[in-house]
Each structure stands twice: as structure tokens, then as C-alpha cells.
Design a protein around this ligand. Structure first.
Ligand code: SAM
Length: 477
């Protein structure tokens, strides 16, 4: 049963495991639109018997493969091990079935646990009540059999249980990782409107970025694109720093397997040279990105600088520029349409030879970019429906470029760039990063900057040269 696709996951445990030649079956959850990326990644990591479903992929894996998947996956949010399936159309039936199950096979009576729930059911309209009944079932099971009851710990449980209800089909799974794989742990607190780490990793892949291709992240915020790209280029598994996964507490887990897999991954590591140019007009955002890189021991793997995108000049002839501008949802902008129109104009006039990608939930503003897209896909940034739109910016004369990239159908709004961005244009680009208050002003409008002056700005913008990647890292052993 290789690489099938189907909409439901309603099989019995026996049917599933027979189909995977006796290997345990897992379910890797991902974001809508990233299922194919996850499937290909799982194949590379050694998973078998893959079945793509909405927002996830089922796969068969032995314990070494499970460890490898949990350490390496960039596209899975969680990896679940389904342990119990049954049909129930009310919470009492759920309780009855769950109490009967041999919970001692996966946890001890003194373990702490937490339950997450996802429910799409007209039978279970209050999913939190279903969670409560499952908790009662587990507690009562242990109390009856051993007189001791396990306790709930929402923050740091020994065992994380996932309850999935699809109409009357109930699936109970163990979370293999515990803390979600999506939370890599590098982001400093206080990030404004950040992308989820898994989404950023997916968008990089969907844009066709690979280590070696110059990458620009010119509205970096807390630097999620930058850190995900730097981690990819670094070649170590994305969870290399993490020492605790829930599967380590499962009965029968062999610690030897953990160390063997880590040794193999270390031997397989391939560091790839990559230049990543990262900037934001906000000083605090650049500092956050620097801290995030540092948290992953990736200091110096991106050229960091404070800069207004509308003054930035690419340092290479080609590459990929990924832009996550404000959407006007979590970050307010005075005139979003004008901003997006100015982004389009800037790409057109200064980024020929590049692939440019923009993610936004404001579809009207996206139209104002005024360039003909080569790719457009629906993605979700948390609850926000977004479009990830790609533009190929052709080489050629200014006139040809304009002709090539301007959409014939999309209305082109003439950007009042000088007016709209008067304030930000007066921010200077500082050769040494310093707090905004200390920034010297450049009293010229963007359109008045001579080419030589622009080149000077460009050099000044990027204040940190990337360090040569080290071939080995003692700290990472
Ligand atoms: C939605 S946030 C980016 C979030 C980022 N992707 C992350 O994961 O944290 C938008 C960023 O664009 C920056 N920005 C807005 N206008 C800009 C401009 N003209 N030049 C450079 N950065 C700009 C803001 O300072 C903000 O950090």
C-alpha cells in the first residue's frame, strides 16, 4: 500500500498494521497544503506504506525510523501513534470503550498526562467534554486496577494523548514528540506577527529554495524564514538540540536506538554554503532574528542589517526573495494597497533575475503588486487564509522588464511611493546597528538616490558578514 491517497483514516488497527507488514503505523500532522512536501520528506527519512490524507500522512516505521523522523522532520507539526479506534456516538460510549483499554501498556499509573482534542462531529458538540470523559476513563482504569491514579499535567506531561473524533469514529493516539515539533524553541519572546516555523519551512520549499541559492528575507520580523533556511543549510537535524521526546517514556523504548540514530545522522550531515541576506526596517526585528540564530548556534549564518526594503539593493544577480509584509491584521499599516503596489514597483525596478514570493491574507492588496504571478497557492498562517504568490522577474531593459512582468489584467495602481513612504525613507541605513533613536537621517527621496549612492547604501546595509560555516561543531555532538 505505497503512497496512496484517501480522505478517511477509518481502518482498524489490525488492517493498518497488516498493510504495513507489521510495522507500527504513525500519523504525521502538517498544515493544509503541505501534505506532499511531508510525504516526500518521510520517504527520504525511511518511512514506508505512506497514505496522504488531509493535513497529514500516515506511515509505517520501526523505532529507529520514528526517532529519525522526530529529529529531522521540518514539515510535520506532530507525529502521533494511534493506539485505539472505536465507534461512539456519545460521551458515555466513549468513556466505556476507553476505560476497557489496557492503558498500562503505554503508561504507568504514576505518569502525568495531558489530552489534546480535534473534533469534527455532530455527535460530540462539546469537544472539551469528550476530553474530560476520556480523562475520567484513564484515571478510573488505573484506580480500579492498581488503586493509584495518574495526574493531569497540561504543561509538561509524561504522556501526551490525542483524541480525534470524526463524526462517530474515535481515534486515540499517543503523541510521539510531546512538545509539538512545530515549536523549535529558537524564537525569542515578543515576536510580532511571526510565521509558524513549519509554515516558513514549507514556503521556502514551495518557492524552490534550496541551500546554495541566495536568499533574501527583507521584512524578516523575528526571522523565521532566515532561521529555517539556515537550519536547512546547516545540515544537522532540525531538532538536534532537543533531548526530550515523549517516545522516550514509552514502554519498551531502547535508549541505544536513540544514540545510534544520532550517530548516523551526525555522520550523514552535509553542511551547505548558503548566503542569506536578512533585513527589516525595525531594529528590534533584526535583534530578534540575531537572537533566534544564536539560540540555534547559527550565529553569523545570515548577513543581518536594518534596512527599508524600498532602499534595499540585491547583492547578487539572481536568487529568491521571500516577503512576509504586514497584512493589516496583526500589524497595522496606514495604506496597505499603496505599500503592496510599491513592493511590486520595487521588485520590478531592482530585482530582475530573481524569483520573488509574497505571503499575505489581504487578497486585494496582493493584486496591487501589479505583477503577473507564476504561481499562487492557498496556505494558512494560523487561522488566516493566505496566498503564497510567486513572481518571476525577468532580466532585460527597464522597459522590457516592465512589459514582461506587468499583468495585463491586474489593475496597476501608480504607487505614490515618495508620499506614502516619506517617513521610512527618511530613516537612514546605519553602518553599525544601533537603536532607532540614534539613526542618522538621509534627507533624499528614494527616486533621487544616484546609482553610486545606492551601491553605498547597499554595502552599508548589511552590517554583519557571514562567518564561514564551521565544518564541525563540538557543541553539536
Ligand atoms: C509580518 S512581519 C514579518 C514576520 C516574520 N516573517 C516572522 O516570522 O517573524 C512584517 C515585517 O515587515 C517589516 N516591514 C514593514 N515595512 C517594511 C519596510 N518598508 N522595509 C523593511 N521591513 C518592513 C516590519 O517591521 C515587520 O517586522
Amino acid at each position: 500500500m505505497m503512497n496512496q491517497e484517501r480522505q478517511d483514516v477509518e481502518q482498524t488497527e489490525g488492517q493498518r498494521e497488516a498493510a504495513s507488514n507489521g510495522l507500527p503505523i504513525y500519523f504525521a500532522k502538517t498544515l493544509a497544503g503541505m501534505e506532499r512536501l511531508l510525504k516526500d520528506e518521510l520517504i527520504e527519512l525511511g518511512a514506508t506504506d505512506l497514505v496522504v490524507v488531509r493535513r497529514g500522512v500516515e506511515f509505517g516505521a520501526d523505532m529507529p525510523t520514528l526517532v529519525r523522523v522526530c529529529l529531522c522532520t521540518r514539515f510535520a507539526i506532530r507525529v502521533l501513534r494511534p493506539v485505539l479506534w472505536f465507534k461512539a456516538d456519545n460521551t458515555d460510549a466513549l468513556y466505556e470503550e476507553a476505560t476497557k483499554w489496557e492503558w498500562g501498556s503505554v503508561m504507568s499509573s504514576t505518569a502525568t498526562f495531558a489530552i489534546d482534542v480535534t473534533s469534527h462531529s455532530e455527535f460530540f458538540t462539546h469537544s472539551q467534554f469528550a476530553t474530560l470523559r476520556l480523562k475520567d476513563a484513564i484515571v478510573d482504569h488505573f484506580r480500579t486496577s492498581s488503586g493509584v491514579r495518574p495526574n493531569v499535567d497540561r504543561e509538561n506531561p509524561d504522556v501526551r494523548i490525542h483524541l480525534h473524533i470524526n463524526q462517530n469514529q474515535v481515534t486515540i493516539s499517543l503523541d510521539a514528540s510531546g512538545r509539538p515539533l512545530a515549536r523549535r524553541g529558537y524564537r525569542p519572546t515578543g515576536a510580532k506577527a511571526p510565521l509558524s516555523e513549519v509554515l516558513a519551512a514549507g514556503l521556502l520549499a514551495k518557492a524552490g529554495w534550496k541551500p546554495g541559492i541566495p536568499l533574501y528575507d527583507p521584512m524578516c520580523g523575528s526571522g523565521t524564514f532566515t532561521v529555517e533556511a539556515a537550519l536547512w543549510a546547516d545540515g544537522y537535524p532540525i531538532q538536534w538540540h532537543r533531548r526530550k521526546f515523549a517516545f522516550m517514556d514509552w514502554r519498551g523504548f531502547d535508549e541505544e536506538v536513540w544514540w545510534d540514530v544520532r550517530d548516523d545522522l551526525k555522520a550523514e550531515r552535509q553542511l551547505q554554503e548558503s548566503i542569506i541576506y536578512t533585513s527589516d526596517k525595525d531594529y528590534g526585528a533584526v535583534s530578534q532574528t540575531r537572537a533566534a540564530l544564536s539560540n540555534m548556534e547559527l550565529d553569523g549564518r545570515a548577513e543581518l542589517g536594518r534596512s527599508d526594503f524600498f532602499k534595499l539593493i540585491p547583492r547578487t544577480d539572481s536568487g529568491i526573495v521571500e516577503i512576509n509584509p504586514p497584512y493589516g491584521e496583526r500589524m497595522q499599516v496606514e495604506d496597505l494597497d499603496a505599500m503592496y503596489s510599491a513592493i511590486g514597483d520595487r521588485l520590478k525596478s531592482h530585482w530582475a533575475g530573481f524569483s520573488a514570493w509574497i505571503i499575505s491574507s489581504d487578497f486585494d492588496a496582493l493584486k496591487r503588486v501589479g505583477l503577473k504571478h507564476s504561481s499562487r497557492e492557498t496556505m494558512y498562517n494560523g487561522p488566516l487564509e493566505c496566498r503564497w504568490v510567486g513572481f518571476e522577474l525577468y532580466e532585460g531593459s527597464q522597459e522590457n522588464k516592465t512589459a514582461a512582468v506587468k499583468s495585463e489584467t491586474t489593475p496597476i495602481v501608480v504607487a505614490a511611493e515618495e508620499e506614502v513612504f516619506t517617513e521610512s525613507m527618511q530613516e537612514s541605513v546605519s553602518a553599525v546597528e544601533e537603536p532607532a533613536a540614534a539613526i542618522e537621517e538621509v534627507p533624499v527621496a528614494e527616486s533621487e538616490v544616484a546609482p553610486e549612492a545606492e551601491a553605498k547604501i547597499d554595502v552599508d546595509v548589511l552590517v554583519e558578514k557571514p562567518k564561514k560555516p564551521k565544518s564541525s561543531k563540538a557543541a553539536k555532538s
